[in-house]
Design a protein. Structure first.
Length: 367
């Protein structure tokens, strides 16, 4: 492995180890000495993810170019299959049962859409959005990838999974800015999105509206919709500089904080390890994202450049959204913290993404 691959693997394993420790803490009941074994499942997924990382790091990433539309079609099929064969957890139908395991297609959709958009925006001339722009004009050509993005985003939001659906749309906007198209087109599209946001309010589920309202003022329903975010903010704030120590957090150990090992694992981690631990965690994420952008800047072909930058932005958006949600700076949405939150699908998709980055770094044109 080259330097980039070693760095990506080492740092990702450090973050995953911190996640396993926090999952153990989040599911441990100190008074009774009882804990769930899910931290061992997470460790197993990390081990499998490491093997998958090696596999993808050795492949020719340009194979993804040829497989893009097959990946997209498979993703749509799985998202549709969720509505007929999906299992319901926590009031949402987002998972498919695969024997003893469950799989969340919306997690894989983030990576598939990154590959799709990298292919679309790299397949163009310097003065156009894509070859389609030469035939239909730039505005209509911009609507082509938007239509491809809106289909999976709508299916994901309908599950309902508003967070992952919005993340797919954010990825689209980010890839627009990364591509070489004229700036006025993504700016105009951003203005259109902002203009239709009030219309989108009427299509949200009741609990999604409640989450937005308690984000603006958690105290309007402190024992209901606002309970989780209030407890999360208490956990983050009570950690102080150095934290309360492992297995010593009150919010997680006394189970005041719901989902302390999944979406709100950052609050669990912050309470026990404080500002110092959070700074270290964010620094590790920074190393991964910086290396991803470094790989993108040194890659010879436009597809590899956009793919590496898109994967880096995908991870950045997930990290920022999850941490902002835990700190009360964003509405509560179902976006996991990469490599930290419990969940096999998220872990595998993240390791696959990092493996692709490592594969791109092997491109001789990049160095």
């Amino acid at each position: 492995m080259n330097r980039s691959a070693r760095l990506l693997l080492f740092v990702s394993l450090l973050i995953a180890l911190m996640g396993i420790v926090s999952i153990y803490s989040g599911t441990f009941q100190k008074q009774s000495g009882v804990f769930e074994w899910i931290y061992l499942r997470q460790a197993l997924w990390v081990a499998i993810g490491s093997a998958v990382f090696f596999l993808f790091s050795r492949m020719n990433y340009r194979l993804l170019w040829d497989a893009t539309y097959f990946l997209y079609a498979g993703m749509i099929f799985l998202l549709l299959l969720v509505f007929t064969m999906g299992i319901i957890k926590l009031g949402a139908q987002r998972w498919l049962r695969l024997g003893l395991l469950s799989f969340q297609p919306s997690e894989a959709a983030k990576l598939v859409m990154t590959v799709f958009l990298a292919k679309y925006f790299s397949d163009k001339s310097a003065d156009s959005i894509s070859p389609a722009a030469q035939r239909f004009g730039p505005v209509r050509a911009l609507l082509i990838p938007l239509a491809f993005v809106m289909l999976p985003a709508a299916l994901i939001i309908e599950q309902p999974d508003l967070g992952s659906g919005m993340l797919v749309l954010l990825l689209f906007m980010s890839m627009l800015y990364l591509s070489d198209i004229k700036l006025r087109y993504p700016l105009a599209l951003s203005a259109v999105f902002l203009a239709i946001l009030p219309i989108g309010w009427h299509f949200l589920h009741g609990y999604q509206k409640d989450r937005i309202m308690v984000f603006l003022n958690p105290n309007i329903d402190p024992l209901g919709a606002g309970y989780t975010i209030i407890q999360s903010k208490i956990a983050v704030g009570s950690g102080g500089l150095a934290g309360k120590g492992w297995l010593s957090g009150t919010q997680s150990q006394l189970h005041f904080l719901p989902e302390s090992h999944t979406d709100f694992i950052f609050a669990t981690f912050a309470e026990e390890w404080g500002f110092a631990g959070c700074f270290l965690l964010l620094f590790l994420y920074y190393l991964i994202i910086r290396e991803g952008l470094r790989i993108a800047s040194r890659t010879g072909d436009s597809f590899g450049r956009l793919l590496a930058a898109g994967i880096s932005l995908m991870l950045f958006i997930q990290v920022m959204v999850n941490i902002a949600m835990n700190m009360g700076l964003a509405p509560v949405v179902g976006v996991p913290l990469p490599l930290m939150s419990y969940g096999g699908t998220s872990v595998l998709v993240t390791f696959i993404s990092l493996g692709i980055l490592a594969a791109i770094s092997r491109d001789r044109k990049a160095y």
